[in-house]
Write a protein that binds this ligand. Structure first.
Ligand SMILES: *Cc1c(COP(=O)(O)O)cnc(C)c1O
Length: 468
């Protein structure tokens, strides 16, 4: 499998190349040259496979010959062995229509673990036996940071620099990052929003002076390997609900558009998905883009669902590319306009092709709390704020055929946002015992201004250059 850039001019790479890369050299994101296809009988043959085996089957066409099937199965077995549930991503029934796909049984209690536990192993696999060094630079609204740090802490040949917006992540999220004291882990709290942090990271990936000296890699969902790993649980859930004979809809709490784009990929591969419902909070750029074609960034308003407090959704570029006829020149122009004016307009082709798959809903604080109350009162489920926004959007979906089940992706464990849960339903969820004394551990991080030069100087003073 070869990967091409959404902006059309960077060289094509293989799977190993895109896993170790940040942005493409033309500023774009890598996507597979074609979507691998599974015929209905191939999908039917996946029913009942253990998760690690399903993961190997679904991902192998993307990995190509960069990892053998036997080795890939070893890696998925190791990655998903860290999960606290035998099903890895268990599916629970809420009522006759609604289901919850629990993606939070990994080590840091959010769905980011599903991809990052594997990505940490892939980094190690591709660096093994090479005299090389990787510098991971990432921005987090909370969950990517803890999942990525957990996946690479203490590993050889890798340093990680993780930027989070100071004071805008929950205490559990912060401590899951800052209490990891391994010397290859560098936490930076910046003065600014997640979008500011993400802009700094993107600029570093585009800074030739930095990328020439350091092997800069991405753990944000601009990294293709993350999206690939997330495709698997759409298959897992749909198979349990009767795919390939039966169609399924998904409601996805959305920020950077990575998770829901993985659902789009599953649909392109042949999984019978009826609809992907993009659930946003009041930071609703994606809802506006999908309903009116106006992709324009406002300012970020902090909410109880901080992992969705985003106005610039990196992976939307991948949809614009695929839905716009895979025209790199068109995307380069649209993104240049967005970078200059913080706004772009979808073409008619992009809009109609996106409308074939995506619905959307904007859920405010009252809608979120109502969903948390409904889940608790009617189903005995305690939902974190992000999952609740997904469920609210699922319950608001009006025009779906009545026999289509709707699966809401539960993206975080409620204890990760315990105070917000307590405020909504009056129940303080307990941290799982495997997190131990997290709230007592010492923390280490540095606070920096959000400007590019400060952060670049901090990273280049501490990172290990590539040899030679
Ligand atoms: C990251 C995250 C999201 C948003 O996912 P995207 O792939 O960025 O759209 C939603 N909920 C939680 C809990 C998250 O950590």
């Amino acid at each position: 499998m070869r990967y091409v850039s959404t902006r059309g001019t960077a060289p094509a790479l293989d799977f190993k190349g895109v896993t170790l890369a940040g942005l493409a050299s033309d500023g774009g994101l890598y996507v597979p040259e074609t979507w691998p296809q599974f015929a209905p009988d191939a999908i039917a043959a996946m029913a009942g496979l253990p998760y690690a085996q399903l993961a190997q089957r679904v991902m192998q066409p993307f990995v190509g010959d960069c990892v053998t099937p036997e080795r890939l199965l070893e890696l998925t077995t190791q990655a998903y062995g860290t999960f606290a549930h035998a099903a890895v991503t268990p599916l629970r029934q809420l009522d006759e229509r609604h289901w919850l796909l629990e993606l939070f049984h990994g080590p840091t209690l959010a769905f980011k673990d599903v991809a990052l536990q594997l990505l940490g192993l892939l980094f190690e696999e591709f660096l093994a036996g090479r005299d090389d060094h990787l510098t991971i630079v990432g921005a987090t609204s909370g969950d990517t940071g803890s999942a990525a740090i957990n996946a690479v802490a203490g590993r050889d040949k890798v340093d990680i620099f993780m930027l989070h917006p100071h004071g805008r992540v929950s205490e559990v999220q912060r401590r899951q990052m800052t209490s990891v004291l391994a010397p290859n882990v560098h936490n930076i709290a910046i003065d600014g929003s997640f979008d500011d942090a993400q802009a700094v990271v993107k600029r570093m990936f585009n800074d030739g002076a930095v990328t020439a000296r350091f092997g800069i890699a991405a753990v944000n969902s601009i990294n293709w390997a993350r999206l690939m790993a997330q495709v698997v649980y759409y298959f897992a859930a749909a198979l349990q609900l009767g795919a390939p004979q039966r169609r399924v809809a998904f409601a996805v709490p959305t920020g950077n558009f990575g998770d829901v784009f993985a659902g789009y990929v599953a649909a392109q591969m042949g999984l019978p998905i009826e609809r992907l419902i993009v659930a946003t909070n009041i930071n609703d750029i994606l809802h506006r883009a999908l309903t009116t074609g106006d992709y324009s960034a406002g300012t970020v308003t902090p909410t109880a669902a901080p992992s969705m407090d985003i106005q610039v959704s990196s992976n939307f570029e991948r949809l614009l590319y695929d839905a716009g006829g895979r025209d790199g020149g068109l995307i380069a122009g649209q993104m240049a306009r967005f970078e200059a004016e913080r706004a772009l307009h979808l073409t008619n082709a992009q809009r109609s092709s996106a409308a074939r798959w995506f619905g959307s809903a904007r859920i405010d604080a009252a809608g979120m709390v109502a969903a948390q109350r409904w889940a608790y009162d009617h189903c005995g489920e305690v939902l974190d704020p992000h999952s609740a926004i997904g469920l609210a959007a699922a319950r608001a979906a009006a025009d779906l055929p009545a026999d289509v089940p709707i699966v809401t992706l539960a993206t975080a464990h409620p204890a990760k946002f315990g105070d917000a849960v307590a405020a909504a339903i009056g129940v303080q969820p307990a941290l799982p015992a495997r997190l131990g004394d997290l709230l007592e551990r010492p923390e280490r991080y540095d606070r920096l201004p959000g400007d590019y030069a400060s952060i670049r100087d901090y990273v280049t003073a501490r990172a290990t250059p590539r040899p030679g």
